[in-house]
Design a protein around this ligand. Structure first.
Ligand SMILES: [Zn+2]
Length: 133
């Protein structure tokens, strides 16, 4: 076993341990699309910091997590209408994901473009949202 493998394993375990706190914060709904009664999992918002923290994570359903993890699997469309609302979240990690999603769609979807124009985010959130893409 390599050191990298162990480090990754520890990280995965540490992220999983945030589940309880995140479930409370998210009120057991997906923090992006607000689906309830579905399986939710800890999603670390990139770029990852050396030490994972709850503040850098969001609690997401499988569909949101899949599309957010890989820009190539991101699909413009109705599923993401939710972002126009959740981009106003008080949680920076959620705002960052929502903002990234809206920006991906802004060229093709008028409602997404409007949402991007209307939203005001802190400079910190702005820098974070720009950091990975
Ligand atoms: Zn979702």
């Amino acid at each position: 076993m390599t050191k990298g493998y162990d480090e990754n394993k520890n990280r995965v375990a540490e992220l999983a341990s945030f589940g309880k706190d995140l479930a409370r914060r998210a009120r057991s709904k997906c923090e992006l699309c607000e689906s309830a009664g579905v399986a939710l999992a800890v999603h670390e918002v990139v770029p990852a910091e050396k030490v994972p923290s709850v503040e850098r994570c969001a609690f997401l359903c499988a569909e949101c997590a899949k599309q957010m993890s890989d820009p190539r699997r991101f699909e413009n469309g109705e599923h993401w209408r939710c972002l126009a609302k959740t981009v106003w979240s008080e949680i920076p990690a959620v705002q960052v994901l929502a903002l990234r999603g809206l920006r991906r769609m802004a060229d093709s979807q008028a409602w997404a473009r409007e949402a991007v124009q209307e939203i005001y985010v802190d400079a910190e959130v702005e820098v974070w949202a720009d950091a990975s893409e």
